[in-house]
Every structure is written in C-alpha cells, then in structure tokens.
Design a protein around this ligand. Structure first.
Ligand SMILES: [Ca+2]
Length: 498
C-alpha cells in the first residue's frame, strides 16, 4: 500500500533513469516470484490418471501370473510384472450386484443394504462414489461397459445401462454385443443332457466358438472405445473404468482363441474327493453343481476350455488398452488397476460359477501398478473396498473418513505391510458370511450361524476340503470367529448412512 508513496519519496532523490530501473527491477521480482510459485505447483504430488480395468466372473486361478499353466494371459501378466500382485484380495459380495455397488460406493453390502442388482444411489444420497469423487476434483470420469451391475448376457445384447449410476460419470458408453447369438459353433452345456437344445440365452453355460474377429463382441468394442478415450483425454486427468464382460457366461470368443484348449478332453478337472460334501452345511452347497447342471465329464471339461478361451480373449483386449496408454505416453502418469468383481468355481468340489464363499469364488485377482513403485507380490489381506480410499490417497484427493475401506497404499511400497487381520465377504442369497484370515477361513450361514458353519485351516488345507467346524478340538476357534463375526457386522452397520 505504500508502494506509490515510497516510489514518490524515492523519486525525489533519484533521477528519472533510476525510477525506470527500479520499475524494471520490481517487474523482474514479480515475474521471478510467479515463476517460483508455478514451479511449486508442478512439484506438488503428481495428479495421476486412473485406469481401472475390471473383468467379470474371473477367478485368479485362470491367470498365468497366478500360476495357471494352460490358460496364458500375457497382457495381464505384463501388468503384474510392473505392479503389485495381491494374492489375498477378497470381494465383499460374491456376485456382481453387491460387489460392484460396494467398491464403487465405499460401503460394505450390509451397510448400504444393496444386496441385489441395484444402484447404491438411493442409500448413499449425495455422497460421492469412487469415480464421482475424482470427477468432483477436476477429473474426466468415464466408464466403458460394465462397472456397476449389468445383466449379462441380456443387458449386453440390448446395450443398456443396467444398474448404473449416472452421477458417477462425465460420460458413459455401453458396448452392445451378440453374446450367445454370435454366429459360430455353439453348444449349451447346462441342463442339456440329450444335446437337443441349441445355444440359448440367459445365465447358462454355453460355449460359442464364434466366427469373425474381436470386434464382433462386446469386449472388443469396449477395448476400442477405451483406446479412443485414452488418446482423446491424454492431456487432462482422467478416471477411466473399463469393464469387460468375459469370462462371464456365455463363454463366447472368436474361434482363434480356442486351439490351446482343444480337444476339450485334455482339460484337467480338479480332483473329485469322495464324501467332499459331507461336512458342508446345506447352504454351503453351491447353487451351481455338476449334478444340478446335468453336466457329464465331457461337458465339464468343455466348460473349463470355453471359460479359458473367454479369458484369453479378454486378456487380448486388456493388451490393447495397455498399449494405448504407452502410445499416448501415459504409462508414467497413470495408476493401472486390474481386478474382477468376484471369483469363480471351475469344478472344485463339483461347484461351478460364483456365490460360494470358498476361496475360488470370494478371492479376486488384483494388480495395482503405480508409476515409480517397485514390482512386488503382496500376500497381505486386502478387500476391493480398499481401492477407493487407496487410489484417492495416491492421487492426493481429500480424505473421507466415512469410507469403510482402508488405505493400502503403504503395501505398494512395502508388500509386508498389513492393514487388516481378516477380510470380510458376504453371499446374500444364502445369508452367508466369510471371515478370511491368513491361516483360517470361517464361513457361517444365517446372521448368527444358525444355518451352518464351515471352518478351514487354509495353511494345511488350501483347497478347503475338510471343514473343522464340528471337530471338538476346534470349538474354541469357532467360538472366537462367531464373536468376531458379530462384531464385524456391528461395525459394518455402524456408519453415516442412517
Ligand atoms: Ca460378476
């Protein structure tokens, strides 16, 4: 405020040349200061892009980076080679609707009450979903195809939005595809013992060796749109959700993806153990079994081969999206996440598909790649619910204490770091609840376990063949878990939604 007074006082002592020099000096100082602040801003934590790729109904056991020797997934493997691969990541609901509503909203299924195939919006009101939080912080937020629940195949055949949440996005795109109607060699494997049914629609095990190329199908179109969006938005910050629908049934992929799995008779099924179901309570017998689907050994093996071909096809689409990131020069600016909404049974215990709370169905593949961080394999327990707070924290967005997940970003610097002793998941159809610790898997049915209990020592019995729930020497552990489950449910329901 004294600038002009000062200038006039000084001017009385200086000649006009001196005043000019001083004005230039002040201008220079101003420019230097401005440059300093611009420099400060550019040195602030980098505003990463987020590329979230999610497959549908994908078990980690089908990926070569998780040890599969038959199904090769070079593109997902390449992401695992540069990121952190999690071996104990769990979904919060073992089918699409609740799982997706949970990790997008930041709440457990029992906190929002979204246990079916619905959008979480009525429960969360105006609270930000994961992508919306980024959108409200200056990001372009888009989804291509299935991020929230969409019916597969029917919603994909129609190209509709499903149980989507419009407020989560700046833009959204659906990828219509022919699904089971794709021209090619189709066979219905489920409930078709005399082979008289043609390829059918609905939530049915159908394999179609399809004519034509990748772009005939929904996932090919999804990859193409994602590539286009990456190039179009490479100069601003984006949160891009890319949802592939394979390997969800129907198992449809171009013919070129099938040769490694043919003849189907060479597919190896998991061992069939006599009396395997004897210690599983009734609600623990999965809704899809070899028996109730009327699938003989030939059909079971073809189911595995068809599933693998769908995984290989989906992996190729992941490759196209990852290449686009490199072509756009964004690898060093983008956090890439690859996961699935839940796992899948491929004949273990003669179970098929999802819903079960055993590891094949509740554990998910999860790879997180953050620029500049060392590649690692992390065995610490984590939940899909942790993605929202973790990625928000990595991008320097405001923290939201209401979120029920935990920030696991320290695990990306130190894979030995832990944030939880148990992962929690639910199977709403069966009122089933899982607490998965490093050494134990505890499952009970009915709010208090009245409908049955399973307990597995996963250290000694990783394939979960022998439930110890009724073993007299394990009753203390069962009692501990029962208490812990009651506490967990209380904790989950104690939130800001009410
Ligand atoms: Ca799913």
């Amino acid at each position: 405020m004294n600038f002009f007074v000062g200038e006039s006082r000084i001017s009385s002592r200086l000649d006009s040349e001196g005043i000019r020099d001083m004005k230039i000096g002040i201008k220079t100082l101003f420019i230097l200061t401005l440059a300093f602040f611009i420099n400060l801003v550019s040195a602030a934590p980098q505003k990463y892009n987020v590329l979230f790729i999610i497959s549908d109904d994908l078990t980690s056991t089908a990926l070569s980076c998780y040890g599969n020797k038959v199904c090769k997934t070079p593109n997902i493997d390449s992401l695992a080679e540069r990121g952190t691969r999690f071996t104990r990541a769990y979904c919060q609901g073992t089918y699409c609707g609740p799982s997706r509503a949970s990790f997008m909203s930041g709440y457990y299924p029992h906190a929002t009450g979204v246990l079916g195939y619905k959008s979480p919006r009525p429960q969360i009101g105006d609270r930000d979903t994961w992508s919306q939080h980024f959108k409200n912080n200056g990001y372009y937020a888009a989804r291509v195809s299935k991020i929230y629940h969409m019916g597969v195949p029917i919603g994909i055949e129609q190209g509709t939005n499903g149980a989507d949440d419009e407020a989560s996005w700046t833009e959204r795109f659906n990828s219509k595809g022919p699904e089971w109607r794709a021209p090619g060699d189709g066979e219905t494997l489920q409930n078709n013992p005399d082979g008289k049914k043609p390829a059918v629609g609905g939530n049915t095990f159908v394999v179609v060796e399809a004519d034509g190329d990748d772009l005939v199908h929904s996932d090919g179109k999804t990859a193409k749109k994602a590539v286009e969006l990456i190039h179009r938005h490479k100069d601003k910050s984006f949160w891009l959700g890319v949802g592939f629908v394979r390997p969800h049934v129907p198992f449809v992929a171009p013919k070129s993806y099938y040769p490694p799995f043919k003849p189907y008779s060479k597919m190896v099924l998991p061992p069939k153990i006599k009396g395997d179901w004897d210690d599983i309570p009734k609600p623990g017998i999965n809704y899809c079994t070899s028996e109730n689907m009327k699938m003989d050994i030939r059909r079971q093996k073809k189911s595995v081969g068809g599933y693998y071909a769908s995984v290989a096809y989906m992996d190729a689409q992941v490759g196209k999206v990852l290449s686009a990131l490199d072509e756009a020069g964004l690898r060093e600016k983008t956090i890439v996440i690859f996961t699935s909404d839940h796992g899948y049974h491929l004949g273990e215990h003669d179970f098929w598909a999802k819903v079960s709370l055993l590891d094949e169905s509740s554990q998910v593949p999860l790879i997180i790649s953050v620029p500049g961080k060392k590649p690692a394999v992390c065995h610490s327990l984590t939940e899909l619910l942790d993605l929202y707070p973790t990625v928000a924290s990595l991008c320097g967005l405001p923290e939201q204490p209401r979120l029920q997940g935990k920030d696991i970003s320290k695990m990306l610097d130190d894979p030995k770091h832990t944030v939880r002793t148990a992962a929690f998941s639910v199977a709403p159809f069966r009122r089933g609840f899982l607490l998965r610790e490093e050494d134990w898997a505890y499952i009970h049915y009915g709010e208090n376990g009245a409908k049955g209990v399973e307990l597995y020592n996963v250290k000694k019995d990783p394939k979960q063949y022998t439930s110890l729930a009724k073993d007299p020497t394990h009753q203390k552990i069962v009692a501990r878990f029962k208490d812990q489950m009651a506490n967990k449910l209380r904790e989950v329901r104690n939130n800001d939604l009410k």
